[in-house]
Each structure stands twice: as structure tokens, then as C-alpha cells.
Write a protein that binds this ligand. Structure first.
Ligand code: ADE
Length: 237
């Protein structure tokens, strides 16, 4: 799977995503992560990419043209690769704009995005991006939660992390992506490892009993209780 991130801060994205599990998956060739600098696509001699908002107001707005040219370059690259590996197929990639106005990201969306070959992320800054280029290129508006961040880079990185771990081979055992939080809309049960007693607290007896039927039952009950206490909205869905 290939991720293309259109950003004014490519280093932030590259550095953040080339470590740990995701970094290893890139090295193995399971994932490709390419951050593209929108500033490289401005024709302004001072490399300016923003301007004052029409109608007034605080802050600056990212201009349409550098964003559009950056998108066109990435799209061309994706099409060239697709034509080489799969002649006859031609479809525009999904282009995600990170914004608090978008649909809230969740596990179901991660699973859906994980089916794509290529995903493009557009990260805004300042007071946003000229609406006309968004209308032209964006297929999905996504928020990572009801709070406002300074830019779309961290949300893009969060989404890429959540999507990547669903790509076959990225996690060590595919089972660990199956039995986890949000499976059947339930949160995960508590986990324990050695030593059996820590700070005077013992591991629940059932987990050392060797009776797997009882262990499964206990875990299911714990999942339900935690979900009921922390996220009752998940049970209502
Ligand atoms: N950009 C700024 N805040 C954001 C949020 N909560 N989600 C996605 N993108 C954002």
C-alpha cells in the first residue's frame, strides 16, 4: 500500500512514520510513505503558498494553485505506476482532507481505507485551504476528533498508523489485528504478564487456570464491563 502526503512539513511526516512497526513495514516493502512538499509547486518567486482571506478575518489561507499542482503531480505518478503494473485500470485515487469539519475517523473507516492501493492525504495549515481546490480534488473529509489542531500532519499520521497495521504482514501475527478493541464494538479486556504478583496484586486466577473456555468467558465479560463503563455509546450502536 502506498501513502502520499501533501504537506508543508514533509520532514515531520517522514520522521514520524519511518520508525517502529511502520518503519519496518516500509523497509520490507509492504508500505511506501512519500511526503510531498506543497511549497515545491508554487510559482511565486518568494515560495509563498498562502494569502489573506477574502472577506477579511484572522490568519492566512493556503492558495489553490500550489495545492492543485502538487496533487496533479502525485496523481500522475500514481497513474504511471498503475498503468505499468495493471494496464487498463484507471481510477482517481481517494484524496483525504484532514479537518475538524470531516467525518470522525474510526476503525470501520480504517478497514475500508486499508483496501486501497494508494491513498493521498492533504494536510492544511493556517486558516485552511481555498475551498475551490478542495471541491476539485477531495473525495473524503476526515476529522480525528472534536478538537482543533494546528495542522493536518498529526491526523494524517494517526490515520496512516491505524490503516497500516491492517495491511497483511505489517503486524507480526495477523491474529493480533483481529482480537482487539472495537472488534464487535467492544473495548479490549485487560492483559497481564509476569511476575504473577506485583505490588501485592495477583493476576486474576482464571488466567493461570489453563481452562481456555473459562478464560474466553472472563475476557468477554471484562470487555463488556469496560465498554459499559467507559464507552456506553458503543453498545448502543
Ligand atoms: N486539523 C485540525 N484539527 C483537526 C482534527 N481534529 N482532525 C483532523 N484534522 C484537523
Amino acid at each position: 500500500m502506498r501513502f502520499h502526503i501533501l504537506t508543508l512539513f514533509p520532514d515531520m511526516v517522514e520522521q514520524g512514520l519511518h520508525t517502529s512497526i511502520i518503519g519496518r513495514a516500509v523497509e520490507k516493502g509492504l508500505l511506501a510513505i512519500e511526503a510531498v512538499n506543497i511549497r515545491d509547486y508554487t510559482v511565486d518567486k518568494h515560495k509563498k503558498v498562502d494569502d489573506y482571506p477574502y472577506g477579511g478575518g484572522a490568519g492566512m489561507v493556503m492558495q489553490a494553485e500550489p495545492v492543485y499542482q502538487c496533487y496533479e503531480a502525485v496523481k500522475k505518478k500514481i497513474e504511471t505506476k498503475a498503468l505499468l503494473s495493471n494496464p487498463g485500470t484507471r481510477k482517481n485515487p481517494r484524496v483525504i482532507y484532514l479537518s475538524p469539519q470531516g467525518k470522525t475517523f474510526n476503525q470501520t473507516m480504517a478497514e475500508e481505507f486499508a483496501q486501497e492501493e494508494d491513498l493521498v492525504f492533504l494536510c492544511g495549515h493556517y486558516e485552511g485551504i481555498d475551498e475551490r481546490v478542495l471541491n476539485e480534488v477531495i473525495t473524503d473529509y476526515v476529522s480525528i476528533g472534536d478538537y482543533v489542531l494546528t495542522g493536518g500532519e498529526l491526523p494524517a499520521m494517526i490515520m496512516i498508523d491505524a490503516i497500516s497495521r491492517l495491511v497483511p504482514g505489517v503486524l507480526h501475527n495477523d491474529v493480533s489485528a483481529e482480537f482487539e478493541s472495537f472488534q464487535d464494538n467492544l473495548l479490549e479486556y485487560p492483559q497481564y504478564t509476569r511476575p504473577q504478583t506485583y505490588l501485592g496484586m495477583s493476576v486474576p486466577e482464571v488466567l493461570t487456570s489453563g481452562n481456555h473456555q473459562n478464560i474466553d468467558k472472563w475476557r468477554k465479560e471484562q470487555s463488556l464491563a469496560i465498554t459499559k463503563a467507559n464507552r456506553p455509546d458503543l453498545l448502543e450502536e
